[in-house]
Design a protein around this ligand. Structure first.
Ligand SMILES: [Zn+2]
Ligand SMILES: [Zn+2]
Length: 140
């Protein structure tokens, strides 16, 4: 059992993540254009977890839904006071998974990455992370 907590920057929103095993979380970097925009930096870092492992314990997020550019709706939840991005999920994963923004965890080092996606869009100055898998495209 791995019991983790997280929040937005201003802590108006807090959550709890209860994983049956650390293997239930799949953390990955994504270098795609959408992640660059949504995270405001050169890659996105999320942990894919079972939907039932995640629950808000304080506050409720604002949701933003939009087409990701290939016909799939992506939902993003964030704090409407401080703007922190908390999680995202696509239409297909809606009933099963949540992709938690790793930096929102109180202990982000608890869930190190297992892979990198959309490496073809990697910033030219950013090296590959050794010892994990690398995919040129697709996520999920
Ligand atoms: Zn906040
Ligand atoms: Zn991405």
């Amino acid at each position: 059992m791995q019991d983790l907590t997280g929040s937005c920057y201003c802590r108006k929103i807090e959550y709890r993540l209860q994983l049956a095993s650390p293997e239930d979380a799949r953390t990955s970097l994504c270098h795609c254009r959408n992640c660059k925009k949504a995270f405001g930096t050169n890659y996105g870092l999320t942990a894919k977890v079972p939907k039932e492992a995640f629950r808000y314990t304080k506050g409720s997020p604002k949701e933003h839904a939009a087409d990701n550019g290939s016909g799939t709706t992506i939902y993003r939840e964030f704090c409407d006071t401080c703007g922190s991005f908390i999680l995202e999920y696509g239409e297909m994963a809606k009933d099963k998974f949540r992709y938690i923004v790793v930096g929102s965890l109180d202990t982000p080092e608890a869930l190190p990455p297992k892979g990198e996606f959309f490496c073809k869009a990697r910033a030219s100055w950013m090296p590959e992370i050794p010892g994990i898998f690398h995919k040129q495209e697709i996520k999920q």
